[in-house]
Ligand binder design. Structure first.
Ligand code: AMP
Ligand code: MG
Length: 413
């Protein structure tokens, strides 16, 4: 290893984000099927929303001037349910009207039905208006939500339930989205066994496979899983080469240290190019980033995560997720974090930026998982998120610390 100083978390992230090329291909999908996709182009509304002045209340549409004296009695000249178009309102009359129905020309206010009393007379229906309405009252104006011609959604937006509803409200039946990322994964380590298999002496279960696939599924990636690849240079090279062909990104776990059994580094160097980083982060530290050549002359991105399960999980949240967001066409945005009170002591400062597994307690503060070891997966299940503790920082009870909830880091957003 060379003796370069460790990268800060920010430096490593900036390097990754600078290198990320968003997938160029787009496709058109039905708005009904677009949940979780990333919008590929700005969307404009062709119409005003609401498209017409309409009533917010069941009641009577009137001319406010006809009711100015109070206790007006007006003949009911028409009935307008939602979805129907009324006739122009004759002066001195009222229209029975229902929520969402278009305001008839000539009316300028709605009186809610609770303020009205219907009367039947020989000459027809009357209504007594027990209120003095202001012009405009209970009317939703055309275009008060969205003006025709305005941009409603920007390219790069993650399409969540809200975005889909907004797109549908202006009549967009389909949307242009970036194609899903194709991500290949494989796992190094001759000690790894799969759940369902017996555990031989010296073996451990391949938990990273499950964690990593769950993380990638949450980010909307199409995953190809090459499983456990034998700890040899040849097998590692062969898998990298075939994975590069059909994927945007290859992610591995394990084998990124510099031990004799760590073949990722020479394999990636032989099949493309590699940056081996020591990052001042805990858990984490080693992260490999590079590209694997394809026959076509271009390349697939490569990210090698550490083997330790918590290191691999945290490294994914800190580095892989932002990288994938960029590849998917989204803008860089840090996960939301909150300054909260530490209800524990962390007396030993580390020169690395620590990400401590912590849990919200009933008193509005944070408790710390007692074992912060990089192999202790229990901490990731017990915790609600990570405390971002800067290098060289100790924590005393009562200190405010930066807390990033897991749910801010597990999804595209
Ligand atoms: P490595 O990065 O290959 O040196 O592995 C570091 C530690 O993580 C070792 O204790 C490995 O046994 C463990 N490890 C590596 N890969 C996995 C995996 N897929 N699942 C669980 N533990 C792993
Ligand atoms: Mg290994």
């Amino acid at each position: 290893m060379n003796a370069r100083p460790m990268l800060t978390v920010r430096e490593a992230l900036d390097f990754l984000l600078g290198a990320a090329r968003p997938v160029a291909q787009t496709e058109t999908v039905a708005t009904l099927e677009a949940n979780g996709r990333v919008l590929a182009a700005d969307q404009l509304s062709q119409l005003d929303v609401p498209p017409m002045d309409n009533t917010q209340m069941d009641g009577y549409a009137v001319r406010a001037a006809d009711c100015a004296g109070g206790a007006a009695r007006l003949p009911v000249s028409q009935r307008i349910p939602a979805g129907h178009v009324g006739q122009p309102l004759q002066p001195g009359t009222a229209a029975r009207i229902f929520t969402g129905a278009m305001i008839p020309p000539g009316a300028d206010a709605v009186v809610m039905q609770e303020m009205c009393a219907a009367e039947k007379t020989e000459s027809g229906d009357l209504v007594r208006i027990n209120a003095v309405p202001q012009a405009g009252e209970w009317i939703r104006r055309a275009g008060e939500d969205i003006r025709a011609g305005s941009v409603i959604l920007l390219a790069g937006a993650l399409l969540r339930a809200q975005e889909l509803g907004l797109a549908a409200s202006v009549g967009l039946a389909s949307l242009p989205v970036r194609r899903r990322l194709r991500v290949a994964v494989f796992f190094t380590g001759d000690e790894l066994a799969m759940p369902g298999e017996p555990l031989a002496p010296g073996a451990i279960y391949n938990s990273n496979r499950y964690t990593l696939r769950g993380l990638l599924q949450n980010l909307g990636c199409d995953i190809t899983d090459y499983g456990i690849v034998p700890d040899t240079l040849q097998a590692t090279r062969d898998t990298l080469r075939s994975a590069a062909a059909g994927h945007d990104l290859i992610i591995t776990s394990g084998g990124v240290s510099v031990g004799e059994e760590d073949h990722i580094r020479p394999a990636v160097e032989a099949e493309g190019r590699l940056n081996m980083w020591q990052i001042a982060v805990k858990p984490g530290k080693p992260l490999a980033f590079g590209e694997i050549r394809r026959d076509a002359g271009d390349s697939a991105f490569f990210l090698g995560l550490p083997g330790n399960p918590v290191s691999s999980f945290v490294t994914f949240l800190l580095f892989v997720r932002p990288f994938i967001r960029r590849l998917a066409g989204m803008a860089d945005a840090p996960p939301a974090s909150f300054m909260l009170r530490a209800d524990f002591a962390w007396p030993k400062a580390d020169r690395r930026n620590e990400f401590l597994r912590a849990r919200l307690n009933d008193a509005g503060g944070l408790d710390l998982f007692p074992n912060q070891g990089s192999g202790v997966l229990t901490s990731t299940v017990w915790g609600d998120g990570l405390i971002d503790n800067p290098p060289g920082q100790t924590i005393a009870p009562g200190d405010l610390v930066r807390f990033i909830p897991f749910n801010q880091m597990l999804y595209l957003s």
